[in-house]
Design a protein around this ligand. Structure first.
Ligand SMILES: [Zn+2]
Length: 189
C-alpha cells in the first residue's frame, strides 16, 4: 500500500468516525424526531414534526381549511384538472430555517438530495408526500404555509404531474400557480 493511499484511508476513516452520528439523506423525520402525538388538521394534512418555535394549531387549521376549500375552484378556473377526489392526506414538518444538522436548510445531510437548491423557507417533496416549512412565525408565515399547502394539494391531486414538460418545468409552473393562489386568497405572494 502506498503511503499516500494509506494517508487517504486514515483521513476517510477519521471523517467517517466524526460523522458516524450524522445521517446523510432521509429528509423525512427520524423516529426520535416524530411528534409523539401527530396533529391532524381538518383539511387532512398531518403535522408530524415540530422543532424551533411551537405552532398555533388553530391558525394552521384555519389556513389549511381556507386553502383546501378554495383549491378545486381555483384549479378549475385555471383550466387545469385533478386526477381524483380522494380525501386530502399529506405530512408536514416545521423546522428551524437554519443550516444546522436536520434543519430546513441542512443541504449537507438531511436535504442533500433536495430538488430545489439554495436557502428556502418552505419545500414540498412530491416523492415523500411531505411539506417542510419554517417554524418561525414572522409576518410571512401565512403566505409561506398556504403556499406549501398549495404545492402539497397540487402534488396529491395530480395537478403538478399534469403540468407539461420536464420536472423543472413542472416545478416552475406550480411555483407560479402557488404564488397566484396565495394572492387570490388575500395573503399576498
Ligand atoms: Zn413554491
Amino acid at each position: 500500500m502506498s503511503r499516500l493511499f494509506s494517508i487517504i484511508l486514515s483521513v476517510l476513516f477519521i471523517t467517517n468516525v466524526a460523522l458516524a452520528d450524522r445521517m446523510v439523506g432521509h429528509p423525512t423525520p427520524l423516529q426520535n424526531e416524530l411528534l409523539e402525538n401527530p396533529v391532524t388538521l381538518n383539511c387532512g394534512a398531518v403535522v408530524r414534526e415540530v422543532r424551533g418555535s411551537s405552532q398555533n394549531y388553530a391558525q394552521l387549521n384555519d389556513l389549511c381549511t381556507h386553502a383546501y376549500s378554495n383549491f378545486f375552484q381555483y384549479i378549475e378556473a385555471k383550466g387545469l384538472r385533478v386526477s381524483h377526489h380522494n380525501t386530502f392526506n399529506w405530512n408536514i414538518s416545521f423546522l428551524p430555517e437554519a443550516t444546522c444538522y436536520r434543519c430546513l436548510n441542512d443541504e449537507k445531510f438531511r436535504f442533500n438530495n433536495r430538488f430545489v437548491g439554495g436557502a428556502v423557507i418552505g419545500y414540498t417533496s412530491r416523492n415523500d408526500h411531505w411539506a417542510f416549512i419554517t417554524s418561525a412565525h414572522d409576518s410571512e408565515f401565512r403566505v409561506t404555509f398556504v403556499h406549501e399547502m398549495f404545492h402539497s394539494m397540487s402534488m396529491f391531486y395530480g395537478v403538478y404531474d399534469g403540468h407539461p414538460g420536464s420536472w423543472s418545468q413542472k416545478t416552475n409552473a406550480d411555483e407560479e400557480l402557488a404564488a397566484e393562489f396565495t394572492e387570490w386568497l388575500g395573503y399576498g405572494r
